[in-house]
Design a protein around this ligand. Structure first.
Ligand SMILES: [Zn+2]
Length: 373
């Protein structure tokens, strides 16, 4: 089994599935440190007992069956680079999706009417795929970093000195030839980067290296590619992969934060002028339901208790679930309304933006949306 980048998990597909009953088990476990295994075992054991105790008699058996299909997988030995597990399973719905990931999730184990996707969605928000081009005037290494796992896509090099060793050139002529050789090497690199970037969907590219070649290369990039450069930074040409990822992560995370802040500000501006935006659970839910929301904007730590009707999917925030749905008489269950809004966004094709901090959003339970019309 291999590490799966979180961006590769079909979250939209997972958001499509739900059931009338609590049959979907979602498990998130960190596996990076040595004592995680013991902690995970104790955690899973405790949650298993708590969930079983809370289930009605007729659903206990199907939960045990679901536990039986994940039990074999949960405590397997970590593979190189692994820092966590994400598992979605349901025996009655014959679902088993097991992902080993290179980033560390917080421990969670939830049984619900649909897969619990918020933790995965937040990880995907923080860890988008990006490229790192590490170069000097005679060597270039292109990496694609996905969920903190760098893969070297290509390695180009040129031997400038040997090419131009012969003959008794003047220093000036030698320098001119050397410059030309560097330039032709860099255009080769540009082509290579362009080729890779058209094949992979990434947030952008970090250009790094020790000297001036990186700036020279950035100037040579076509405008379209230039826009995708996230930062140009100093880094030794033989930087270890760990350092490449650390430097890249910091840049990409800052870029993501900047984008979130922009979105939050756009939301606030639209609200102030009575434009295309809504705030708060009810208005946001309505906009999502009607397909009017283009971006669901969520505070990262937003969590709103409420309930959902398993039959007609009606959601009510800040209330305990009634015995049966007042609209259709269907069964009800307690939910985090934020998770339901997230799933609704995925199903209706709205983008989702997680915002770290924002007073405007915080004043309306951390929930809002930008509207299409
Ligand atoms: Zn109902």
């Amino acid at each position: 089994m291999n590490l799966t980048p979180v961006t590769e998990i079909d979250i939209r597909g997972l958001a499509e599935i739900y059931d009338d009953f609590d049959v979907y088990l979602s498990v998130y476990l960190p596996t990076a440190s040595k004592d995680d295994e013991a902690k995970n075992r104790a955690f899973v054991d405790g949650r298993k007992r708590a969930i079983e105790a809370a289930l009605p008699q007729e659903q206990k058996e199907s939960f045990r069956e679901t536990m039986a299909i994940v039990d074999d997988h949960l405590f397997e030995k970590p593979i190189p680079g692994e820092r966590g597990w994400i598992v979605f399973a349901s025996a009655p719905a014959t679902l088993l999706a097991v992902y080993r990931v290179g980033i560390e999730p917080a421990r969670a184990m939830v049984l619900d009417t649909s897969p619990f996707l918020l933790p995965l969605a937040k990880l995907r928000d923080d860890y988008s795929d990006y490229g790192v081009l590490l170069l000097d005037s005679k060597e270039a290494r292109l990496f694609c970093v996905r969920s903190d796992v760098p893969v070297e896509m290509s390695h180009l090099s040129t031997d400038l000195m040997n090419k131009h060793k012969k003959g008794g050139w003047s220093q000036m002529r030698f320098n001119r030839l050397r410059k030309g050789a560097i330039k032709s090497f860099l255009s080769e690199v540009v082509e290579d980067v362009q080729d890779s970037c058209s094949r992979y969907k990434t947030r952008g590219i970090v250009v790094a290296g020790p000297g001036d070649a990186k700036h020279q290369l950035v100037e040579m990039l076509p405008a379209e590619m230039g826009k995708r450069v996230l930062a140009v930074v100093d880094l030794p040409i033989d930087a270890p992969e760990k350092e490449i990822v650390e430097v890249g992560d910091e840049i990409v995370l800052a870029d993501e934060r900047a984008r979130s802040t922009e979105r939050a500000e756009e939301l606030r501006a639209e609200i102030l002028k009575g434009g295309l935006a809504v705030l708060g659970v009810e208005a946001t839910k309505e906009a999502l339901g009607a397909g009017r929301a283009s971006v669901l904007v969520l505070l990262k730590d937003a969590s709103i208790p409420g309930w959902i009707c398993e039959r007609c999917q009606i959601i009510e925030a800040r209330k305990r679930p009634p015995d049966t749905c007042p609209t259709c008489g269907g069964p009800t269950s307690p939910v985090d309304v934020v998770e339901e809004l997230y799933e609704l966004a995925e199903r209706t094709g709205a983008e989702v933006e997680f915002v770290e901090e924002d007073t405007c959003l915080a004043s309306s339970e951390g929930v809002g949306a930008l509207l299409r019309y």
